[in-house]
Design a protein around this ligand. Structure first.
Ligand code: IPM
Ligand code: MG
Length: 363
């Protein structure tokens, strides 16, 4: 009997359902060519879950995720839910899922695709060949540190508080992912912190520095986060793998993504302990303004499915086949609106999926 991979699908909001449906068809097409099968369970998250159950991450969703081999997420959020109290916002569901599944390592690649290079806002010679992996810590730092909240001071004035805190074990486990990722890539790791000001960053830097002796084949450097932001837009090719904390990683990964000019093409992986399910999702948001109009670019979702095969299900061959098909679709000139340029063939979300599946099936 062929192997079964059990996947929880979280289509979420906005363009989520339409791009997810393309990814599922692509996964089914790839499974037909390999010795495995998928079973899918769909669950609610974000605004869709709020509308149905009143909460952004129902317990049933977390349970379904925990019981699967991997989770494929599309996108969450939209204007409709922006003004709800914080505990009911779609973003809170996402943070709850990261914490609930222990997804401490977030891998965000920013790769320039040669076919789309002119979509970058930077000059061709600056971005050509850029291939960066941001390894962002995802379940600690200022996003989760205590105390947090809005408190009244002794004078009765309100004071908003968040705490940036990292323990040694939290730093060590993400640093390890950083070093190992660099080892598999170009062998260069840049750790980003604010050690000139923050104690939490000094500890971070000390631990990363200490770990370097276990990875003699990785060239380690350190940058302060402000300088890192500057270097990313000045000379992005100096970077191979970046490891950083939750907040700095949030900001730098958006900057890195934008270098490519095509955020609609970028996947990501959030991973916890070995053997536990990871969550795979596009970097882009739910794009409520174009939802339901067949205009969305499904390729980041499809590439997230490929990342799921590689990092979550140990099916790298199938992952590569999907990535190759995406490349060929671009080579053939098919473009959704977000990546359209002169002389290319404009297609919608669904047609992009059909072209992809035909390529996978014929390859
Ligand atoms: C991201 C997003 C989230 C974050 C939001 C939606 C909570 O910006 O995944 O980068 O800040 O982590
Ligand atoms: Mg972000």
């Amino acid at each position: 009997m062929s192997k079964q991979h059990h996947i929880t699908l979280l289509p979420g909001d906005g363009i989520g359902p339409e791009i997810m449906s393309v990814a599922v068809e692509v996964l089914n097409a790839i499974a037909l060519k390999h010795d495995f099968k998928f079973t899918f369970t769909e669950a609610l998250i974000g605004g869709a879950a709020i509308d149905e159950t009143g909460e952004p991450l129902p317990e049933a969703t977390l349970t379904a995720c925990r019981n699967s081999d991997a989770v494929l997420l599309a996108a969450i959020g939209g204007y409709k839910w922006d003004n709800l109290p914080r505990h009911q916002r779609p973003e809170t569901g996402l943070l709850g899922m990261r914490a609930g599944l222990g997804l401490f390592a977030n891998l965000r690649p920013a790769t320039i695709l040669p076919q789309l290079i002119d979509a970058s806002s930077l000059k061709r010679e600056i971005v050509e060949g850029v291939d960066i992996m941001v390894v962002r810590e995802l379940t600690g730092g200022i996003y989760f540190g205590q105390p947090k909240g809005i408190f009244a001071t002794e004078t009765g004035e309100q004071r908003g508080v968040n705490t940036m805190a990292y323990s040694v074990s939290e730093i060590d486990r993400i640093a390890k992912v950083g070093f190992e990722t660099a080892q598999k890539r170009g062998g260069k790791l840049c750790s980003v912190d604010k050690a000139n000001v923050l104690d939490v960053s000094q500890l971070w830097r000390d631990r990363v520095t200490a770990m370097a002796k276990d990875y003699s084949n990785v060239e380690l450097s350190h940058l302060y986060v402000d300088n890192a932001a500057m270097q990313l837009v000045r000379a992005p090719k100096q970077f191979d793998t970046i490891v950083t904390g939750n907040l700095f990683g949030d900001i730098l990964s958006d900057a890195a993504a934008m270098l490519t000019g095509s955020i609609g093409m970028l996947p990501s992986a959030s991973l916890g302990e070995a053997g536990k399910p990871g969550v795979f999702e596009p970097v882009h948001g739910s794009a409520p303004d174009i939802a339901g109009q067949d205009k969305a670019n499904p390729l980041a979702q499809v590439l997230s499915a490929a990342m799921m095969l590689r990092y979550g299900l140990n099916e790298s061959k199938a992952a590569t086949e999907i990535e190759d098909a995406v490349n060929q679709v671009l080579d053939k000139g098919y473009r959704t609106g977000d990546i359209m340029s002169e002389g290319m063939k404009a297609v919608g979300c669904q047609e992009m999926g059909e072209v992809l599946i035909k390529l996978i099936t014929d390859n």
